[in-house]
Design a protein. Sequence first.
Length: 203
Amino acid sequence: MTQAAQTDVTIPEEDKLRADLYDFLAALLAGPPSRGLLGQAARLTGDGSLLGQAITTLAKLAGATTEQGAEREFNDLFIGIGRGELVPYASYYMTGFLNEKPLAALRADMAARAIKRAPNVYEPEDNIASLMEMMAGLIEGRFGAPATLEQQREFFNRHIGPWAGHFFSDLEGAKTSVFYTPVGTVGRLFMEIEREAFRMAGS
């Protein structure tokens, strides 16, 4: 995604950590992970929480995964011959078809927030990686002022909450997932945490 001018603001550390995890998921899901990204993942450390345990598992697998192996797995999952095992788009998960109303709604929200697709990106904007990147950008203020909690909740509930947890659960259980199994676990648990946090903030 192209980015509007960054505003000079400081966000709370908790929000920075949230944005970092959204960005990390975006990087892992945008394309086959590079050796550098695998190395970054291998250096992660988790705590005793479910999410922390999933991050620890991801780190161990990243350390044992080659760049070539990760690329093969990514291609089997998301590209395949004609189609990969999973179709990581909001429209597909929410309607059963690509390029449907969820994509139109997302494009309208992107226009309202001055979020533009990068010129070298040709896939629909409702790809899971793009949505993770957009959410990180909203939190950090990459598209203007950082989004308020209410604005974050609205974007999440409209474009991510209805389907991302299901996608990450499918990624956990995909027959070709190995390295991507804990990626799915991290994503699923993070989506659950975010959903509950937004629910509590709005109650």
